[in-house]
Design a protein around this ligand. Sequence first.
Ligand SMILES: [Zn+2]
Ligand SMILES: [Zn+2]
Length: 269
Amino acid sequence: MGDYSENRNWFEIIKHKEYLYVIRERLDEIDPRFYTTYDNLFLIIGSHSALLIDTGCGLFPLKPVVDDLIQDKTLLVINTHSHFDHVGGNYEFDEILIHNEEINSISKPMDISFLKDSPKEIAKLFESNNFTIPPVKNIKSIDDNEIIELGELSVKVIHTPGHSSGSISLLTNRNELFTGDTAHYGAIYVSKEDFTTHLTSLLKLLNLFQERGNIEIYPSHEEYVVDRELLIDLSYGIQNIENIWNTRARDDFIEAWLISDEKFKYLVF
Ligand SMILES: [Zn+2]
Ligand SMILES: [Zn+2]
């Protein structure tokens, strides 16, 4: 891997559309024990405001990268949910939007001492913050169906609990759907008691295709720009976990059961 001594070597910045940037970082370079290669952050730039979706792991400064891309536009920052790999850079920004259910977790310091024994040297950089993610000063709660106006672009909040209770997805008026950790390829984290909730959320997202026709899906991990097959595959996969339950193995780092099918890994709590 490259030299990460400067943040411009750490974040991979992809101009995916005139108004849509993908900012990627390598979660496996911080700790491969999450079974996840990429963290995808997204930046939507409207005519007067821009929306940053998630702030990543917080290992290197993200704000200068974003400021460069949006220039003098107003920046809004939203978290799809409060897991550490989505909120790590929150403290760099003035205000964070998040669903009500997860305000609590970002309003106090978050312990990430589980990264202390990462096999990756770079994780030691978190030592400067004592292996904690600093709390957010100003938090604004957002709710299902709320619309965030960026100018000619607008983004609708869709509450999609399951992966976590306050997980949200975001749908633009140009039919881009940002699913957070509710749907992505790779390793899916889900608790057994939330299977039904998660499946209901996937169905809610699938129903959007009925209303809107074609929608592009941009998940927070691994491949981005996938289609509705992801939602169908994941729905079947979660429903099938029960049937392959005897193939599970214990993962002591994640403290969950690890099960795989042809399309996904599942980490079941
Ligand atoms: Zn998550
Ligand atoms: Zn995640």
